[in-house]
Design a protein around this ligand. Structure first.
Ligand code: SF4
Length: 319
């Protein structure tokens, strides 16, 4: 009760970062599974989480999606969906060998990074992938040319990574990295390898960039920022870090039940955002709770309007 009272007495204003929540790649990936369930009926096997969000996965599981870690868990003939994060060529080959019926929900912006990896490695470069170890996206991208690619997860690695020929080096970036952090790593690589080549346009995707810019604006005016998203969502975790660098105390919450009232004590202004894989409804629940605690004003703080959409794969497209 004391915690509730302290929070209720202080929260006055809620600042909503915009854009927030679902991006075009996540909407498409969820739609792929929904359409696959509608057309073929359950079970539909999804390799890895379709997107990194607990609620999305639970909802689809309840409707007949079966999430597996690897293809050997899929029975012969089982309709299989690749997640938004993409897969390595080895996984594609295995699916083809088993003749699994397949729908690929890889985000087109991840696919673009895979093509760049093939192009750069194909011309003989050592390809430095700035990204996080163990993330499904980086594992898939590294699989395009494992012998020619090196993962650069941080500044320390940028200072020490070895290449075969310093005149033939290129870089790629995981789509969901923090823009400022990646820029620092890239600066270090450019200093060490002046001939470093890169993708024609930025690999960090529009949705990641826009959500980071939006949360920066809101965090600068907030004591606390609540970021709705799951712990395994790279995009959401980066929003927490970016908000902290902008001066707010920031917390990642899967949903409203994860909000610790002690975080809100003494905070008159609370910022709210959501990672690209977090459903908008979860944000609404957090805002409703803050209003119930006494927030008198809820305002949107748009930094850019998004109008990106991707067509569905042909296997699940409406005729
Ligand atoms: Fe695609 Fe970017 Fe969304 Fe990832 S965060 S699914 S790369 S649009």
């Amino acid at each position: 009760m004391a915690e509730w009272g302290a929070a209720a007495g202080s929260v006055d204003e809620v600042l909503l970062a915009s854009p927030r929540s679902f991006c075009a790649g996540v909407e498409r990936a969820i739609e792929v599974v929904e359409q696959a369930l509608r057309r073929h009926g359950p079970p539909v096997y999804v390799r890895k989480q379709i997107v990194h969000n607990t609620r999305v996965v639970a909802d689809l599981r309840a409707r007949g999606a079966v999430f597996v870690d690897e293809l050997d868990e899929v029975p012969d003939g089982g309709l299989t969906v690749f997640s938004a994060h993409g897969v390595s060529p080895a996984v594609r080959r295995e699916a083809a060998r088993r003749r699994l019926p397949l729908v690929d929900a890889t985000c087109p912006l991840v696919t673009k990074v895979h093509s760049e990896a093939r192009r750069f490695a194909g011309r003989g470069d050592t390809v430095l992938l700035i990204g996080h170890a163990g993330h499904e996206e980086t594992e898939g991208t590294l699989g395009e040319a494992p012998e020619r690619m090196r993962l650069v997860p941080d500044l320390a690695a940028a200072e020490t990574v070895q290449v075969d020929d310093p005149s033939r080096v290129s870089y790629l970036v995981q789509t969901t990295l923090a823009v400022d952090e990646a820029a620092g790593i890239l600066d270090a690589l450019r200093r060490r390898f002046p001939a470093l080549a890169g993708p024609g346009s930025d690999d960090i995707c529009y949705a990641t960039t826009n959500r980071q810019r939006a949360v920066t604006t809101v965090a600068a005016r907030s004591a606390v920022v609540l970021v709705v998203g799951s712990a395994n969502s790279s995009n959401s975790r980066r929003l927490v870090e970016v908000a902290e660098r902008a001066g707010a105390r920031a917390h990642l919450v899967d949903d409203v039940s994860c909000v610790d009232l002690r975080w809100l004590a003494g905070a008159t202004t609370v910022g709210v955002t959501a990672g690209a894989s977090a459903p908008p409804g979860l944000v609404d629940e957090v805002v409703a709770a803050l209003v119930a605690l006494g927030a008198r004003e809820v305002s949107e703080h748009p930094t850019v309007v998004e109008d990106v959409s991707f067509t569905l794969p042909k296997e699940v497209r409406q005729p």
